[in-house]
Write a protein that binds this ligand. Structure first.
Ligand code: SF4
Length: 193
């Protein structure tokens, strides 16, 4: 376990938070850069198809059923994590499935650095998988901060493009709300395990 005193906020992490605010870069973009650059570009360009996808709708309902009443929104600093514990400085994201954990970690790390920079206290993170009764702890190590910096640089390159990057078919496409847009197939006729 990493103690708070062992964690050091890197100067480039502070710059990252300021730059992210300047360019409107938020947590979901950190998730998307780990998943697919096309998805990242579309999301940043405000092309959103999630409401058309019944699998994502189900995820929202499942999440609400498990954690009704505990969700918190951190207004004023531009993030909306699922749970905030201001007493223990712990921010949580709730995930229905364990697929693509690195993408979930990236999103959570971004919330952690935003909260840490804005409150002056080191925040820890939890990825919560209610259906598997599992909780993963994420800490603001220097290695994680450097990784976040690399992801941020990749995000900046992708969103600077005037058109989306080239599409590459991958497993995620089956379950992606942009599938109709990218591959002209609806996701609503497929059930996933
Ligand atoms: S459908 Fe596939 S290529 Fe298109 S945005 Fe989704 S993951 Fe990326």
């Amino acid at each position: 376990m990493v103690t708070e005193s062992a964690v050091r906020l890197l100067p480039e992490t502070i710059s990252l938070v300021m730059e992210a605010e300047r360019y409107g870069i938020h947590g979901l973009l950190f998730q998307n850069v780990c998943l697919c650059p096309v998805r990242l570009w579309l999301h940043y360009s405000r092309v959103d198809c999630a409401h058309l996808n019944r699998h994502m709708q189900r995820g929202l309902v499942d999440q609400g059923a498990h954690y009704a009443g505990t969700a918190g929104i951190s207004q004023g600093i531009g993030i909306a994590p699922d749970m905030l514990d201001f007493n223990h400085h712990v921010v949580s994201e709730i995930k229905v499935r364990k697929s693509f954990p690195h993408a979930s970690r990236a999103q959570l790390l971004f919330y952690m650095v935003v909260l840490t920079v804005n409150t002056g206290v080191i925040w820890s993170g939890r990825l919560r998988y209610p259906s598997a009764r599992r909780v993963e702890t994420v800490e603001l190590t220097e290695e994680n901060q450097r990784w976040l910096g690399e992801l941020f640089a990749r995000i900046r390159v992708v969103i600077a493009g005037t058109s989306p990057p080239a599409k590459v078919k991958q497993r995620l496409c089956q379950d992606c709300s942009y599938r109709l847009l990218c591959w002209q197939h609806s996701t609503d006729d497929v059930d996933f395990n």
